[in-house]
Design a protein around this ligand. Structure first.
Ligand SMILES: [Zn+2]
Length: 102
C-alpha cells in the first residue's frame, strides 16, 4: 500500500477518502460501472497502480462482471420450430400429449 500520494492533513475540500484498500474495494463496483466522479476514479486508478493486491482483486472482479455480462446477452427466444421439435420429443419420450410448451 502506498499512501504517499495523499496528504491526510490537507484541508482541501476535494480531499478524497480513498487511502486504503478497503476504500478502493468499496468503490470497485461503481468504478467498473463507470459511476465514479472523475477525481474518485483517478484516485482508484492511482491506488490500483500502486497496490498489487487491489490490482489482482480488480482483475478477478472485472472478470466476474464481464462473464456475467456475457451470460446475460443472448436472450433469444426459442424459435417455434425448436419449440415444436422439443414438444414432439417430449411427447414421444415421455408418452405425453403436450400441445404447447413454455
Ligand atoms: Zn490496495
Amino acid at each position: 500500500m502506498n499512501n504517499n500520494n495523499f496528504d491526510s492533513n490537507s484541508n482541501n475540500p476535494e480531499k478524497l477518502e480513498i487511502h486504503e484498500c478497503g476504500d478502493v474495494v468499496a468503490r470497485m463496483g461503481d468504478y467498473v460501472e463507470n459511476e465514479l466522479l472523475r477525481p474518485e476514479r483517478l484516485a482508484v486508478e492511482a491506488h490500483l497502480n500502486d497496490c498489487p493486491g487491489c490490482a489482482a482483486f480488480f482483475a478477478s472482479y472485472k472478470h466476474v462482471i464481464d462473464s456475467a455480462a456475457e451470460l446475460r446477452e443472448p436472450e433469444q427466444p426459442i424459435s417455434v420450430e425448436v419449440q415444436n421439435r422439443l414438444r414432439k420429443a417430449l411427447n414421444t419420450r415421455l408418452g405425453l400429449n403436450l400441445s404447447y410448451i413454455a
